[in-house]
Write a protein that binds this ligand. Structure first.
Ligand code: ADP
Length: 821
């Protein structure tokens, strides 16, 4: 530009538009006030067109009156200074922004400790303004936790004295909440070029979380150790190179050794030699892969020197990068468990052996009812392999009619856990036939009471079922019989023979009622005559021996006290408790008939007796007259006639005796009887009339009895004549006499036909004769032994017979020596 171009106000155009107004104002103010003009502006460089900063200054020159003559001015290029200023401002700006952005509390302090700057965060937290801290160089100590103040002061003093960095962990109070948090306070000294301390730059970093974590870590480490010492296991920690750096006290106690000995690889010496290899392989794998491991091995107990089984578990601990930094582990004593397992195994083994031995089908299922074992017998019966039966396979063998019910029952018992029992049919795999089984299942529980299995058996009850069915049918038949009321039937229970049930026919006969039966107040003794007790005793013996007794003629005492003749037969119906059923037939009609027969016999024999006596007398008379007339030739015929008459007389006598016994009218004399003399007399007489047999008498009784001589004689005559009569082929009949202090015994023995065992008792009954044809061929009426037994009984003696068919019989009569008065 030329000077002309700048004259007047035109220089203004050279200024930066933004500065023109301001510059003009300053200039006008200077003119008006006549003072120094000073202004900074940007002026365009004519050549480049760029603006540069200038400091313009104008000084008025005045005359004596003070009127301005000239203005002298200078423009100094201040572009470089301006730029430097600008940069400093910008950097300061940046620093502040940074200081405000930082998550820390930031402050700048002068060398004398007075704050020069604090960021917003600092002010918010501490609650002090810059000015407040300026008044007292130790003011900041107020917001440090009392416990940390002393440390803080000392550290600061030291930093100031030495000019070293200040670093201190201290708790600072939050002015808003009044609570303290941990901070790491750091202050850095700043020096100028001359090495003079000009400032402290400080930050407080909140490390509260970190502190707490550290604390927690410390506590957890302590807890861990405490835990490790408390647990009932052996606890250890091992470094990744398998170096053991911790073991708990229990481990030392177990090995009876010191911790030092166990650390490192020391513990290996406790390991059972047989388990070393397994342990090594497992650990190698675990350490290589970083996968938790489990291994069982035996460790030697220091005190006993015995090895016990342990379950060892190792667990890796990794850092953030996933690197294993250590392994923690425990060894749990499982000796007992091992033993129990062994025992279980053995007992399972035993169970299996047992299961294979028993005659049942044996099975086990898991808790969900799936079959997991069955014995060989099961496979054989179903003709199926185990694989076909396992799980639910066995169900196919159930009979369709029961299948659903059985499964429902199983379902229910699985829920309730109750043992079950049910009957079902199972198909025989080979024949296709179904048989009945009784299925029984029991749950097996573990120590917590949880069902772990079901154990069961299927017992073949087909035969039992059939028997039951047969029994049911027979019971039905019996019931039908009882209900038919054709004969009286009464059910008797127990040793007391209590009447528990009777049909209408029985009640009708006796007059008792169902109520009498229900009340169970009647028993056999009550309803039978006491004099028949012995008959019943014999009947009971027979029932015990053969399950039943031969019909017994007796009487029932009816409800009204009257006696009803009956025929009773009984059978055992049930053994335990004893139950017998008796059949009762009204015998009164027969009894009456018998009475009439007895009356007839009695009458007939009386009627016969009179003409017989006359006949006998007349024959004797005739005998004598013929002898007188000297006609002996007719004597044999006559004596034959006499013999026949005697026979008939004896017969009639016996008939009379029988009817007297029946009527209870047989009379006995009471006299002293010399038994030896009596027997001698009888045998001599009988030897004369029976030359076919030799009668041998052995022994003597040497005693007298009180009784009826003729009646006793009748006993032995009868026994000897029977012995002769029923031993047609024998040569002798023997009689043995003996005596004891109380009784005399007379035995009559023959070597004849003998008597079948079952008829031995009956031969003493009235009119009873042995049914054997050989015996039948021999004449007789079955009255002799009846009278004999009656006479012996009346003399308080006994008579028994011992006999063998084809060999002979022995009749034994025992008589008391002294009869009671
Ligand atoms: P009987 O008049 O029939 O001989 P008893 O009362 O004397 O009558 O005898 C009854 C039955 O006992 C006889 O019918 C006979 O079958 C049998 N009996 C008696 N004694 C003997 C004997 N000594 N040997 C074989 N059977 C005998």
């Amino acid at each position: 530009m030329t000077p002309e171009q700048l004259q007047g106000d035109r220089w203004i155009a050279c200024l930066h538009p933004a500065d023109r107004q301001r510059t003009l104002e300053a200039w006008q103010t200077a003119i008006r006030t006549q003072t120094l003009y000073e202004v900074e502006y940007r002026m365009q460089q004519g050549r480049t067109g760029a603006y540069r900063w200038f400091l313009a200054r104008g000084m008025p020159r005045k005359d004596n009156q003070g009127t301005i003559l000239h203005w002298f001015g200078t423009c100094t290029d201040i572009e470089d200074r301006k730029q430097a200023e600008q940069q400093l401002k910008a950097s300061e700006e940046n620093w502040r922004v940074l200081a405000e952005t930082l998550p820390q509390l930031v402050m700048v302090a002068r060398p004398n400790n007075q704050n020069e700057y604090t960021n917003q965060r600092w002010r918010d937290y501490i609650g002090f303004t810059v000015e407040q801290t300026q008044s007292d160089r130790w003011a900041y100590l107020q917001f440090i936790h009392p416990d940390d103040r002393e440390g803080a002061r000392a550290h600061r003093q030291h930093a100031q004295d030495t000019g070293e960095m200040y670093e201190h962990e201290e708790r600072l109070r939050n002015s808003q909440t009044g609570t303290y948090r941990w901070f790491l306070t750091r202050a850095m000294p700043v020096y100028d070029e001359a090495g003079q301390l000009v400032k402290w730059f400080g930050t407080c970093t909140d490390i509260d979380e970190q502190k707490r974590t550290e604390q927690r870590l410390k506590e957890s480490e302590e807890n861990w150790q405490t835990l490790a010492e408390t647990v009932p296991q052996l606890v250890w920690r091992v470094q990744p190179d398998s170096w053991v750096d911790y073991v708990n006290q229990r481990a030392c106690d177990y090995g009876q050794t010191t911790r030092e000995q166990l650390l490192g690889h020391g513990w290996h010496y406790l390991l059972h030699p047989d388990d070393k290899e397994r342990e090594r392989v497992t650990l190698d794998h675990a350490f290589r892969t970083g996968i938790p491991y489990e291994v069982e091995f035996r460790l030697r107990e220091g005190q006993t020197g015995c090895y016990r089984w342990f379950l060892t578990r190792g667990m890796p601990v990794c850092d953030e990068t996933g690197q294993v930094i250590k392994w923690f582990g425990t060894c749990t004593d499982i000796e007992e468990q091992k033993r129990a397992e062994q025992q279980l195994k053995e007992s399972e083994e035993n169970l299996r052996v047992l299961a294979e031995t028993v005659p049942q089908l044996v099975w086990t299922t898991r808790a969900d009812n799936r079959l997991d074992y069955c014995n060989q017998r099961y496979c054989e019966y179903t003709h199926a392999a185990f694989e076909q039966l396992q799980g639910h396979g066995w169900r196919q063998f159930l009979h369709p009619e029961e299948a659903e019910g059985i499964l429902a029952l199983r379902h229910q018992t699985l829920e309730t856990g109750e043992p079950f029992e049910s009957e079902c049919r199972l198909r025989n795999g080979q024949t296709g036939e179904y048989r009945w089984f009784l299925a029984r299942g029991t749950p097996v529980r573990d120590e917590t009471g949880q069902i772990v299995r079901w154990f069961g058996t299927n017992t073949d009850i087909e035969d039992q079922k059939r028997i039951e069915e047969a029994l049911r049918q027979s019971q039905e038949r019996i019931r039908a019989l009882i209900d038919s009321n054709i004969i009286g039937i009464v059910s008797v229970e127990g040793e007391e023979e209590v009447l528990v049930e009777a049909n209408e026919a029985f009640l009708h006969l006796t007059g008792y009622t169902q109520e009498d039966m229900r009340s169970k107040t009647l028993n056999r003794v009550k309803i039978t005559p006491p004099e028949h007790a012995s008959f019943f005793e014999r009947a009971i013996q027979e029932v015990n021996a053969r399950g039943q007794h031969t019909p017994l003629e007796t009487e029932v005492i009816c409800k009204d006290g009257s006696r009803l003749p009956v025929l009773v037969g009984s059978v055992i119906f049930q053994e335990r408790p004893r139950q017998t059923i008796s059949f009762v037939l009204d015998n009164s009609a027969r009894k009456e008939l018998e009475q009439r027969k007895d009356a007839f016999i009695s009458m007939a024999s009386h009627e016969l007796k009179t003409p017989l006596t006359a006949l006998k007398l007349q024959t004797a008379l005739l005998h004598r007259q013929l002898a007188k007339q000297g006609i002996p030739a007719s004597a044999p015929a006559l004596s034959n006639m006499e013999g026949q008459i005697n026979k008939v007389t004896r017969l009639v006598d016996e008939l009379l005796d029988v009817s007297k016994i029946q009527a209870g009218r047989l009379e006995y004399l009471q006299e002293t009887v010399n038994l030896d003399a009596l027997l001698r007399e009888i045998t001599e007489t009988m030897q004369q009339t029976s030359p076919s047999h030799r009668i041998v008498v052995r022994g003597i009784v040497e005693t007298s009895l009180i009784g009826d001589r003729d009646r006793l004689g009748q006993v032995f005559i009868n026994l000897i004549s029977n012995a002769i009569k029923y031993s047609p082929d024998a040569k002798t009949v023997e009689m043995d006499l003996s005596a004891s202090e109380d009784a005399v015994t007379i035995q009559v023995r023959d070597h004849g036909l003998g008597i079948p065992r079952e008829q031995c008792d009956k031969i003493f009954d009235r009119f009873y004769r042995v049914t054997d044809p050989k015996q039948k061929a021999i004449h007789g009426l079955g009255m002799g032994l009846y009278i004999v037994a009656e006479i012996v009984k009346r003399h308080r003696g006994t008579i028994t017979v011992d006999s063998e068919v084809g060999k002979g019989s022995t009749f034994t009569v025992t008589l008391p020596r002294k009869r009671d008065a």
